[in-house]
Design a protein around this ligand. Structure first.
Ligand code: HEC
Ligand code: HEC
Ligand code: HEC
Length: 425
């Protein structure tokens, strides 16, 4: 996804305004005409439209269906696939260039089976997750979309190479790789857990990044949430076992998903837009449901002290840390408010794979804003300053000093990681 963060935020704020003014218009129109029970019931049901607006946020539709600098939901954002670029389409209510002509049944097919009125859709559109949506929620999203302002903007042609430009090939892909199942609550779990499961897996489509894919690019169901490489970063293992091992609490996840940073570090890469556009808008109740599902418990988890095993000045990584990193991340890795997050207890360090640690050192992170009072500096890129030996020494030092991970990475690990990290540049 080619999104710039500043731009996203500005766009997002605008969206908030448009949604509510549109909604009040429709509301007053329906109420004013006294038609609430009749005409306003199908595509004009105001409570459905309001719910649709919320569901659209949690489903993150705007982020994908709006080009950088483009008008909301009018499409045109490119997605790099292994076969070429696919562009998102205009899903405003315009009858010629948008989806205004879609009947509810046709819309349902697009959302659940990846079949649009012009043929099969590329799975860049996450219908592989949305297929879990309930009929009621699909209707609410439909009601919302049919009440958007029509924008006339023709769709861009995809640059997908032969034979992948043949949409009928996708039909075959669907047969082998897409199992359209309705969401079924687990009976041995609480209502709250099931709600969280639904929000995360259906609307949130978190698995699209966090679940590894097989040779057909289908998500592997038995490796659900075990982590996958996405645009040079690792969309980490977020299984409940791993999140609990790292001592994430409900409050930590809540601050990560509302603020973008927490006691255990910040979100970056593809995770930042997810938080900004989507999960930061969860209601408190839904947020608790999501976190109860992710942690597989709604019982309070005790926050343990943040790991700091003490400095070892004899290790080669010590001087590198003090020279390059301590100015922002703190002498003892305690972090600095409005500058940089703590290394102590940071979940990016506490992972079996050092992938993201090395990626962040090589490529840096653009300055990100977290809310009106908090924004961190940019994390500099050190690709030109640190050689492979130094990267190895630093990574090992960070791991032994601020996490329970061993400091035994060798040069080959760094070299292999570099290949994956720079693969898509
Ligand atoms: C990760 C990016 C992404 C997200 C999130 C996403 N879409 Fe899409 N969507 C796409 C792309 C790309 C296409 C075009 C696929 C193609 O041309 O084969 C598409 C196509 C569609 C279509 C078919 C439209 C047509 O032109 O015939 C509909 C309807 C649609 N999306 C609705 C939604 C809704 C509603 C949401 C939110 C619940 C959503 N999308 C979220 C990427 C996304
Ligand atoms: C100019 C200040 C600055 C310096 C110097 C700096 N960092 Fe960072 N670093 C940051 C900021 C800010 C972030 C978080 C960025 C974000 O996600 O918004 C960060 C994030 C990280 C992360 C990811 C953890 C997380 O929670 O986001 C790691 C790992 C990291 N830095 C390691 C290092 C190492 C190792 C060095 C020295 C080679 C270093 N940093 C030097 C500012 C800095
Ligand atoms: C576009 C790809 C993408 C999507 C979609 C996505 N993530 Fe992520 N996620 C990432 C990447 C990349 C990272 C690693 C960088 C970081 O720590 O922020 C990450 C990190 C995380 C982390 C931090 C893990 C840790 O140990 O530090 C959590 C928790 C998380 N994601 C949860 C979710 C949830 C819940 C959703 C669904 C709402 C989701 N993600 C959707 C890409 C994605």
């Amino acid at each position: 996804m080619k999104l710039t963060h500043h731009h996203d935020l500005a766009r997002f704020k605008r969206l908030g305004l448009t949604l509510s003014s549109k909604l009040t218009q429709t509301l007053s129109l329906c109420l004013g005409l006294g038609l609430v029970a009749f005409t306003c019931s199908a595509a004009n049901d105001t409570s459905a439209i309001a719910r649709g607006a919320y569901l659209m946020k949690i489903g993150d539709c705007v982020a994908c269906h709006t080009a950088v600098g483009g008008r909301e939901l009018s499409g045109g954002l490119p997605f790099e696939t292994p076969f070429g670029a696919v562009y998102s389409t205009n899903i405003t209510s315009d009858k010629d260039t948008g989806i205004g002509k879609y009947s509810y049944e046709e819309f349902f097919d697009a959302m659940h089976h990846g079949v649009g009125i012009n043929g099969n859709l590329y799975p860049a559109m996450p219908y592989t997750s949305y297929s879990l949506l309930t009929d009621q929620d699909t209707k609410a999203i439909y009601a919302y979309l049919m009440n958007t302002k029509p924008i006339k903007q023709a769709n861009l042609d995809n640059d997908v190479s032969f034979p992948f430009n043949m949409r009928f090939g996708l039909k075959a892909w669907n047969l082998v790789a897409h199992d359209a199942k309705e969401f079924t609550p687990k009976e041995d779990k609480s209502e709250r857990w099931n709600r969280g499961n639904y929000l995360v897996n259906a609307l949130g489509h978190c698995a699209e990044c966090h679940t590894p894919r097989d040779s057909l690019f289908a998500m592997e169901p038995d490796k659900h949430f075990q982590g996958a490489i996405i645009e040079g970063l690792e969309a980490s293992n977020i299984t409940s076992a791993e999140l609990n091992r790292q001592n994430w609490t409900h409050d930590d996840l809540k601050s990560l998903f509302t603020e973008g940073y927490s006691r255990k570090g910040t979100v970056f890469g593809g995770m930042y837009p997810v938080v900004y556009h989507s999960f930061s808008h969860l209601t408190d109740k839904d947020m608790f449901a999501v976190n109860s599902y992710l942690l597989d418990t709604d019982k309070k988890i005790e926050a343990k002290a943040l790991t700091f095993n003490g400095h070892q000045p004899k290790l080669p990584g010590y001087n590198l840390y003090m020279g390059y990193c301590a100015g922002c991340h703190g002498q003892n890795g305690e972090g600095r408010p409005n500058v940089a997050p703590a290394m102590a207890g940071n979940s990016t360090l506490d992972k079996a794979s050092p992938h993201n640690v090395v990626a962040v050192m090589l490529k840096g992170i653009k300055s990100q804003h977290y809310n009106t009072t908090t924004s961190f500096y940019a994390m500099p890129a050190y690709a030109d300053q640190l050689n492979d030996e130094q990267l190895r020494d630093l990574t090992n030092y960070l791991r032994v000093t601020w996490s329970p991970q061993p400091g035994d990475l060798d040069l080959n690990t760094i070299k292999d990681l570099k290949e994956v990290i720079f693969e898509h540049d």
